[in-house]
Design a protein around this ligand. Sequence first.
Ligand code: CO8
Length: 258
Amino acid sequence: MTEYQTIRTSAGNGVGWIELHRPHKLNALSTALMHEVVDAAERFDADESIGAIVVTGSDRVFAAGADIAEMEHKSGPEILRERFFADWTRFADVRTPVIAAVSGYALGGGCEVAMMCDIILAGDDARFGQPEINLAVIPGMGGTQRLVRAVGYYKAAELVLTGRIIDAEEAERIGLVSRVVPASELRARAQELAEEVASRSRPAVHAAKASLDAALESALAEGLRYERLAFAGLFDTADQKEGMAAFTQKRRPRFSHQ
Ligand code: CO8
C-alpha cells in the first residue's frame, strides 16, 4: 500500500477503503488530501481485484468541508488559474462504484464529495449541509448541481440559501442518502454492501454506473440511446453468457469479470 499523509487505505474481499484522516481539522479537504484521495481511488479503479470502493471519515466527521484556512487568502483569478480543487472531477469519474459511508458531519465540500459517490450510506448520527453561504461563498464542488438533481430544486435551494444542516433522517426522507443504518454498524454495513456490488460482473457494473451517470448528464432520448448501446455491448461479455446460463440451469453464476 502507498504511504499517505491525510488518508488511510486498506482492501479486502474485493473492496477498497479510503478513510479521510485529518483528525485535528475535522477531515477538512485540503489540496493534499484531494490529491491523495484521487490517487487512491484511481489505483483501486485500475486494480482488477477491486469491485467497489468505500470512502469514509471518522466516527465524528466525514468531512467538514474544504479547508477554509487554505482558501481564505486566495483571489478569484488564483482559484481559476490554479484550477483549485478541479481534480475532484477525477474522483467522480472513476468507473468503479463508490460508496460514501458517512458518520457525523458531511458539510460543504464533504457533502459534495459524498454526492460524487454512487451510494450514500449514512450512520444515524450523520449531518449534511451546504453551509458555504455563511462564509459569503457558494458550493464550488458541484453542490448546487448535484443537490438539485438529488433532492429537487426547492429543497436544494432551501439548503443552499440558508446553510441549514439536516440530520440523517431528513437526508433520507428527501432522497439525499440511499439508506440510514445505526452509526455503530456503519462500517460493517458499508463493507457488506460493497461486497455485494463487487460480487457482480464488473463489465455490467461499470456499464450500469456509466448509464446511471448518463441519466444525470443528458436529455432522456440521449440517455436512452446510451443505455441501449451499453446493454447491447454487454452481450459480448463472457459474464452475460454465464449469468443467463446460470439462470436457466438454476445455479449460481460464476463471473470471470470478462
Ligand atoms: N476548514 C478548515 N478547518 C476546519 C474546517 C474547515 N472546513 N472545519 C473545522 N475545522 C477545524 C477548526 O478550525 C478547528 O481547528 P483548531 O482546533 O485548530 O482551531 C478544528 O477543525 C475543530 O473544529 P471546531 O472547533 O469548529 O469543531 P466544532 O465541533 O465546534 O464544530 C463544525 C464543528 C460545526 C463542523 C465546525 O467546525 C464548522 O462549522 N466547520 C466549517 C464547516 C463549513 O463551513 N464548511 C464549508 C467549507 S467551504 C467549502 O466546503 C466549499 C467547497 C468548495 C471548494 C471549491 C473550490 C473551487
